[in-house]
Structure formats: C-alpha cells, structure tokens
Design a protein around this ligand. Structure first.
Ligand SMILES: [Zn+2]
Ligand SMILES: [Zn+2]
Length: 352
C-alpha cells in the first residue's frame, strides 16, 4: 500500500480591481504540499501572465561582459587549473587530483564540509545550457564517483554526500566557469537530513521506499511522469522547491558511489536534456543536487535523488528569485504548473 497523497488546498477570495473599475474579482490560490516532507508551494493562475515580472529576459550584452571580465582571472581556465588549484594529500588521493576527460577534481580552498572538492567540468570558460553535453556532465559525475569511493575506503565517518551544481551568479556561483561541488560529511545538512529521516519513517510505516512508490504513483496518474532512462525515472515535482523543478529517482540505489557507469551515463544524459529545455524556456542559471546516502547507513528506504531547478535570469538590476516566501518560509511560487511542465518535457526527452 502506498502512503502517497498529493494534497492541495484552494483558497478563494475577492479583490476590487482598480484596472477593472474596482469591480469585484474572484481570485484563487492553490497551496500544494510535498507528499514526503509537507513543504508547501503556491500556484496563482493570475501570476502566469506576470511571469516576465518574475523572470525578465537574459541580457546578452551583460552576459558577454560578465564572461569576458571573469575569463582573465579564472583559475579554472587553461593551464591555471593544473598550476593554481590545490590537491589532496597522497593518503587520500595518491594522484592528488582526479582527471576524467575535461573534468578535473581538486579540493576547495574554502570548504564547507570535511570533504568538499570542486570539479571543473570543461575547458570552456562559459557554456550555453545546450552545450552542457552528456559527456561533460558524465565525466564530472565519474570523477565524483571515483572520489566518493576513495573517501569511503579511508573514512567511515562520512555517510552523507551531495553532488551540487551552481551556474552563474543568480545561482550563487562565485565563478562563471562550469563546475560541480561535492560535499561528503559526517552530518546530513538540513534538507538532506529531513529527506533521509522522512524516507526512513515512510519505510517503517509502509514497508516500501517512498521514491519507488512515487515512481509507481506518478506513472499511474501520468500527470507529472516524464520518462525512464536506464534506471532513472524523470518527473516534475508536485510541490516544487524551485523554479521549473525536475527530479530524477534511481529505482534501486541510494548510494551514489555504487552507481554503475551506465547509471551515471543515463543520469548525465537526462541532466543535459533538462538544461537544454531550460535554455528553450529562456533560462541560463541553474542549481542541481544529487543526494546520496552510504549503503551501510542504518536507515532504510533512501534512493539517489536528483533535483534540478532554474534560477533568475541575468539582466541589469535583476531581482532575486528567492524572496521571503522561499528563504524564510521555505515555500515556492509555481509559475509553470508541474503538470504542464511535464507535458513539455515529455516531448523534449523524445527529441534526439
Ligand atoms: Zn574559466
Ligand atoms: Zn561554485
């Protein structure tokens, strides 16, 4: 028996609209709750027409200047990435760094976790979203996998790992150059911890994995299910935590270090497709995170989970897309309905 309920609540109210001679106008807000964590998101159909107020157009001239200005001093560019980046001591990584194709993994000088390597993904200083090829992403994930396996072999105190991407300033990236950041820690950071706890509680209660139940449920209704690629199932989030959120769930594995080459390949392929889709929607900045839990961890029911969102576009005086609603209330505003987003993505994933 599945314990998944897609809960939403409608609030109706009236406003006297100055643009309609102060006539009474009926408004409706839909509040959605994430079936696992209860996190809320809000949909107001009237805001759809105001999407451009929330996300203005990217300014190509501003982006050109940003790329140009940052390229000269970029330590991930050219030979500097080998010369000016730190490396790990030999007891952790005999070679100091990990190289897979264009991807190069090395320690972060300003770590926010016990293990916090950075992976420079490409030779190119800047990539359009459609230029994040499955190969570039896949090499980065392969480097992350090698690193995680290496850490596991020397350190049993760090079961929590997340592979993260920030792209461009609106996403919080301090460098333009495409890169990943991996965190491997002895404590699960807030959201990761809530996820692990909730998956375990769900497992104890229903005897099944929340995320495999979610796959079944989303497949059954067909509303938000996009496609299966290898062992990954792609869906939009019923109650998203960011703009145009897409998620991918691995049907059998919760530990990123144990994913096969094939798993990493199909995941990279999907990420690449979603990024191209974001470009189609007119976006450029994004975040994603891949959550992982070491297999030996005593909790049950966890599956590798990717969450990917786009962020604000780059233009003069752009407004941050996280305001009190997101940052303080940890709720999200839905501009594109997840069900409509999934429909567009299904067509997009079919394109080769
Ligand atoms: Zn660079
Ligand atoms: Zn960064």
């Amino acid at each position: 028996m599945s314990g998944i309920v897609f809960e939403s609540l409608l609030s109706d109210f009236t406003i006297k609209n100055p643009y309609k001679d102060f006539s009474e106008e009926l408004h409706r807000v839909e509040i959605r709750k994430d079936p696992l964590l209860g996190d809320t998101s809000i949909y107001n159909p009237f805001l759809k027409d105001k999407a451009r107020f929330f996300f203005g157009d990217n300014d190509p001239e501003l982006i050109r200047k940003l790329v140009e200005d940052s390229a000269g001093t970029c330590i991930f560019c050219g030979e500097k990435v080998e010369k000016n980046t730190p490396y790990y001591p030999a007891d952790l990584l005999p070679e100091g760094r990990i190289r897979v194709g264009e991807a190069l993994l090395f320690p972060n000088l300003f770590s926010v976790g016990k293990y916090h390597p950075v992976v420079s993904l490409s030779k190119a200083h800047f990539l359009k979203l459609s230029e994040f090829s499955p190969e570039l992403i896949g090499n980065g994930l392969a480097a992350a996998s090698q690193f995680l396996n290496r850490v596991y072999s020397v350190d049993f105190s760090v079961p929590y790992s997340v592979i993260n991407a920030n792209y461009l300033f609106p996403a919080g990236a301090s460098l333009v150059h495409p890169h990943l950041q991996i965190l491997v820690t002895p404590v699960a950071y807030s959201y990761h911890g809530r996820l692990i706890d909730a998956c375990n509680t769900y497992y104890q209660k229903f005897g099944s994995c929340y995320h495999t139940d979610l796959i079944d449920e989303e497949k059954r209704t067909g509303l938000r299910y996009i496609t299966q690629q290898g062992k990954w199932h792609w869906m939009t989030a019923f109650s998203p935590m960011g703009s145009n959120e897409v998620i991918a769930v691995h049907e059998g594995e919760g530990d990123f270090a144990l994913l096969s080459d094939e798993d990493l390949k199909s995941l990279s392929d999907g990420i690449s497709k979603v990024l191209s889709f974001y470009e189609d929607l007119g976006h450029l900045s994004f975040n994603y995170s891949i959550f992982s839990l070491r297999k030996s961890h005593p909790t049950e029911g966890f599956r590798c989970l990717l969450k990917i969102i786009n962020r604000q576009n780059l233009y003069q005086n752009y407004r941050n897309d996280d305001y009190f609603l997101q940052k303080m209330l940890q709720s999200e505003l839905i501009i594109n309905l997840p069900e409509e987003l999934a429909e567009k993505l299904r067509a997009f994933f079919k394109k080769e």
